[in-house]
Design a protein around this ligand. Sequence first.
Ligand SMILES: CSC[C@H]1O[C@H](OP(=O)(O)O)[C@H](O)[C@@H]1O
Ligand SMILES: Nc1ncnc2[nH]cnc12
Length: 291
Amino acid sequence: MTRAVLGIIGGSGIYDLPGLEDVREETIKSPWGEPSAALTRGVIGGLPIVFLPRHGKGHVLSPSDINYRANIDVLKRAGVTDLVSLSACGSFREELPPGTFVLVDQFVDRTYRRESSFFGRGCVAHVSMAHPVSPRLHVHLAAAAKAEGIAAVQGGTYVCMEGPQFSSLAESLTYKAQGYSVIGMTNMPEAKLAREAEICYASVAMVTDFDCWHPDHDAVTVQDIIRVLNSNASKAKGLVARLARDFPREHEPCPVGSDKALDTALITAPEARDPRLLARLDAVAGRVLNS
Ligand SMILES: CSC[C@H]1O[C@H](OP(=O)(O)O)[C@H](O)[C@@H]1O
Ligand SMILES: Nc1ncnc2[nH]cnc12
């Protein structure tokens, strides 16, 4: 049995996590570079929690500048088994107005300027992303939202754009026509890297705006977003507190294999693997490389 450790990545408007007991900061070094910030470690009802604000303290990192690999690597080193992303997003649907929490279950990756894998020359791996969200985590989030009286829509597709500019009207209308639910700038490659690191991942996409497709809402502005962001952020903190209180203390095996993703992913012959890359993969892939 593996002890569950719940990781929380805070997005725009979420730079700390109140309600933690035994709080301490921990700076963990990563062979993948600088993570967004030091980790905040604490406990809720006996469950270990690790918090990381993805844009850094004071929101100094744009979505393209975040070192997603270092973030996931340090969370893995901190023992995180289950990871919840809290993210602001725009909505493509009338029935998902600002203030709605969407427990997304699919992602479309439109980013192009980010490192999106731990693997590559010297150790190639292909993990499945068919089901990017861990169903157990999704169920616990849905139950926590219900218990907190937070309206949360279950399921939806999050399209991740590069940013930092918001979409043009043509892009927004295209994404809407594709049937996507929400848009943000950060959940990819985060979800891919979590999968490579065998960490169960789920994202709470918190709607702040209707992007620019909506006839009654012309352009998105950060000012408009911030107005909604703050009330979303306080609800999200309640959601996390409830999730942690009710979360199983033993890590539950993932029905879609998130926690064993590397069992079937490595293709490079052992004798052809680059020892320098293997050294950097010590945390992320240690389970399979050292067995
Ligand atoms: C402040 S609006 C744009 C910004 O907000 C979202 O960030 P996060 O996913 O970290 O909450 C979006 O992806 C953009 O980075
Ligand atoms: N409309 C939008 N597009 C991209 N990222 C967002 N984050 C919040 N609102 C957004």
